[in-house]
Design a protein around this ligand. Sequence first.
Ligand code: PAF
Length: 277
Amino acid sequence: MSLRVCRTVAEFRAACDQVRHAGARVGLVPTMGALHSGHMALVDAARARGARAAITIFVNPTQFGPNEDFARYPRPIERDLELANAHGAELAFVPSVEEMYPPGEQTRVSVAKLVDVLCGPKRPNHFDGVATVVTKLFNVSGPCVAIFGRKDYQQLQVIRRMVRDLLLPVEVVGHPIVREADGLALSSRNMYLDAAERAAAPQIARALSAAVRGFAAGFRVDYVELVGESELEPIADEVTLAGSALLAVAAFLGRTRLIDNVVLGQDPAPVPEEEHG
Ligand code: PAF
């Protein structure tokens, strides 16, 4: 295997310095392992930019909530290293938790407003954990181009903001989402899905496709909102919907404003499956 595996901060820092001393650029691909073709596309993207690909594999404890999947997150490290090697990654950084979080550690990096929406309220402290570990990875690797997938879009924007605010010498690149043939976005967590859940999962991508087609048809969106079906109240941060809720849309076509809605959990699909492709 030509991939060089570094397990300590000192070793990875020196290896990245060597890359730069040789006149090349470090192409950093931060991951939590359980690698799939989406991660490999990031390695390919680093190399396509002329950089020497350095993948990091670290299941970062501080970005998991107490009831999340830190303990059961898959860690197929030998397979990961083989895959990274086969895709031409030259360095792998596989640190221990103690290496990344020295005993007595007390420091977190926190981005403010961007984490107040989307996944932020649902996963308290998650983005502090991400911002902290990514800052550490950037500090160990030194100046680099770092490639992140756009599936974690909010994460990408948080990292971009953090790099600007902290004046980090890193070029951040967002890579398009890699999908299965049926549209499901690749994710290490897809392996948790049972057969019935896996069959249902592409519905998210289908709904997004319908939105893309609608937008491309020339609509100017006035609002798209998901609210309580009776009081029309905003869905509170701590609520995850299982019953019914109103999904309502207003959009202009030219000067005409159209509205429509469905009560999820009550109404049938307005257009039968076979007709919307
Ligand atoms: O996207 C991920 O896999 C993780 O959030 C990251 C960026 C590697 C930080 O642990």
